[in-house]
Structure formats: C-alpha cells, structure tokens
Design a protein around this ligand. Structure first.
Ligand SMILES: NC(=O)c1ccc[n+]([C@@H]2O[C@H](COP(=O)([O-])OP(=O)(O)OC[C@H]3O[C@@H](n4cnc5c(N)ncnc54)[C@H](OP(=O)(O)O)[C@@H]3O)[C@@H](O)[C@H]2O)c1
Length: 313
C-alpha cells in the first residue's frame, strides 16, 4: 500500500465511482490503491468497499474541508456529482468548484471530472426548438456539468474531462426499460427517432477511468468521450427482444411528448434526448468506441449484456 499511488474516488458507493474502485482493486499489481469517499462510512456499501480492500474516508461535496482532507496525499481524484439527488445545477457547480479547489490546493497529480456537454453551446437559450428550463438551462443536468469544466481549469487542477454516456442500466433501474402495453406486448419508449444513442454499462465508466489514470500525463487537459455502443431505438429493441426471447417494439415518441410525461426530470430528459437526436453526429462523434475499448479492453456490448441479465431476473 505504502508504495502505491492513491486514487481518491468520489461517488465510490455509486455506479461510476464504484466501477472505478472495483477496477483498481481487481488489479493488485497495477500500482494504485483506492481511497473511497462517502458521506456515510458505516453504510453497507461503504463496508463492502472496505472489505474488498479500499480505504474508506468520510467526505461531503458541500464541505470543502472534508474534501481537502480526503484529497491529502493522493495521486489521482475521480470527481462526480449526483444531479438526481437534488435537481439543482447551482449545487452541482458549487460541488464541482469545491472538488476542483481541493484537488488543486492538495497538489493532486491527475483529476478526472465526470462531465457532459453544455448543450447551450449548440442550442442557445433563445433557440425555442426546446424549452428553457430553470431560467438558464436547456438540459440542466448536462449544462451544469459542462459549465463546471472551466472551474477545474481555472483552479489549475490537472484534469481529464470525461464525457460519459447513457447507462444501459437505466433500462433496469431508472424505469426506462420496456413496459407492457395494453396488448401485453413490450414497448421501449424513447424520443430518439431513427438516431443513434451512445450507451455504456455503468460499470464500464469506472473501468475506462482506470484506463485513463493508467495512461496518466498524456490524458491531462484532454476531453475524452466513452461509450460501449451507439444504437438506434430499433436496434436496442431488437437486442432486448433477443435477450428476453419475446417481441419488443420501439415506440419513437417526440421529445415534446416525453417532456409531458410528468415524472420528475421528464422535461430535462426530453430536452436531453432531443439534443442527442438533433446533434447525433457531434454527440456520437465525441464518444469514440475504439478509444473506449483501448482504455477498457473488457468494455461490454452494453444493451445486449445488460438485457441478458435483465432477462434472467
Ligand atoms: N444515469 C445515466 O444514464 C447517466 C449517464 C451519464 C451521467 N450520469 C450522471 O451520473 C451522476 C451520478 O453518478 P452515479 O450514477 O455514479 O451516482 P449514484 O450511483 O446514484 O451514486 C451517487 C454517489 O454520489 C455520492 N454522493 C452524492 N452526493 C454526495 C455528497 N454531497 N457528498 C459526497 N458524496 C456524494 C454518493 O455517496 P454516498 O451516498 O455514499 O455519500 C454515491 O456514491 C449524475 O450527476 C448523472 O447526471 C448519469
């Protein structure tokens, strides 16, 4: 442990950070050790990480002092925020600022910031193809992350900007999977038209991040997009049908219809899918499958593998 370079992982008990923690611990000769950050070291998830060999440290993204302590003496820091816990872009940016400052002041050698596009670069607020949300955003959970990029640069934190993708896991745990229609047939409802959606198994995000830490210096200052596959709704439905052994119909609703579904975040996600649809070339182009695989040779063929697991549940 003493001769290993420590990577502090924010969100260690979650999907992205958890994948990174496991990737590091599964490679004992890789030269890295893990410091898992959590608000609650006594939780079952934190205890499981400790059992696997992680150092578990209490830290809170709203408390700069706790981040400063947690980033003390580490080589790397994986930084992620959880928009869906509070739905506040302002909070997300404040938390990003706290991490950027703590990393820079702590002399962290390599930071990975889990970010997304600031969609307002493509769809300015006065562009009424989609509604402006919360007064100053088009896709709040994207825009705040993208806007926060400059905080890492401003603080002088040596950062790789990691553009993540839609988790295929959403088809299982986020309520976006196929649902039974009135006729009993399974229907996958997404506002993607005939355009491709980049997706990834959530566990693979951490594995790609580990690949970036292993590459080190050459990735600092770079923006890197990752995905397991780029799939149309039709292809996703076909893969799900193969895995489940029953028909799955792709229902390509309009983004406006999706925005009106009424669940928390529906407008944000409706705008997000519209952005991904209308800027397919740029969005898919920013997520190179070959580079993702070179960072993580175990990259899963996302929707198919997740669906296979879904099929056995
Ligand atoms: N779902 C998707 O398809 C998708 C795709 C791309 C990007 N994203 C983004 O991914 C982010 C969420 O990441 P995830 O899916 O890995 O999260 P997750 O599985 O929901 O877990 C959230 C993690 O964040 C930690 N956390 C939250 N608030 C914290 C705070 N104030 N201080 C310290 N730790 C805190 C939690 O740690 P403790 O509870 O242990 O403290 C937990 O480990 C969101 O911002 C979302 O926009 C999602």
């Amino acid at each position: 442990m003493a001769d290993k370079r420590i990577i502090a992982v924010v969100g260690a008990t979650g999907a992205q950070g958890g994948g990174l923690v496991r990737a590091i611990l599964q490679d004992p000769s890789g030269g890295f050790a893990v410091r898992a950050l959590t608000r609650n070291p006594k939780s079952d998830r934190a205890a499981e990480l400790a059992r696997l060999g992680a150092e578990v440290v209490e830290a809170h993204l709203d408390h700069p002092e706790s981040l400063k302590r947690a980033f003390q003496g580490v080589h790397g820091a994986y930084c992620v925020t959880n928009f869906w816990e509070h739905f506040s872009p302002a909070k997300e940016m404040a938390q990003a600022a706290n991490m950027a400052k703590a990393a820079a002041e702590g002399g962290v050698t390599h930071v990975i910031w889990s970010t997304l596009e600031d969609t307002r670069r493509w769809v300015p607020l006065d562009d009424d193809r989609m509604p402006t949300l919360m007064t100053e955003y088009k896709v709040p959970h994207f825009d705040a992350k993208g806007e926060a990029n400059h905080l890492f640069a401003d603080h002088g934190a040596p950062t790789t900007f990691l553009l993540t993708s839609f988790y295929w896991d959403n088809l299982i745990s986020f309520g976006m999977g196929p649902k039974k229609g009135a006729d009993g047939k399974l229907v996958l409802t997404l506002p993607m038209g005939d355009k491709k959606l980049p997706g990834i198994a959530a566990e693979d995000i951490g594995k790609c991040a580990y690949g970036i830490f292993k590459q080190g210096r050459s990735y600092i200052g770079r923006t890197v997009g990752i995905a397991g596959e780029h799939l149309t709704g039709t292809a996703m439905a076909a893969a799900l049908a193969r895995a489940l052994g029953r028909e799955v119909i792709y229902n390509a609703v309009t983004p406006a219809a999706y925005r009106s579904f009424g669940f928390p975040g529906a407008e944000d996600l409706g705008n997000m899918f519209q952005f991904k649809q209308e800027f397919e070339a740029a969005f898919c182009g920013a997520r190179d499958l070959d580079e993702s695989r070179s960072l993580n040779p175990e990259l899963q063929m996302g929707v198919t593998s997740r669906a296979l697991r879904l099929g056995t549940q």
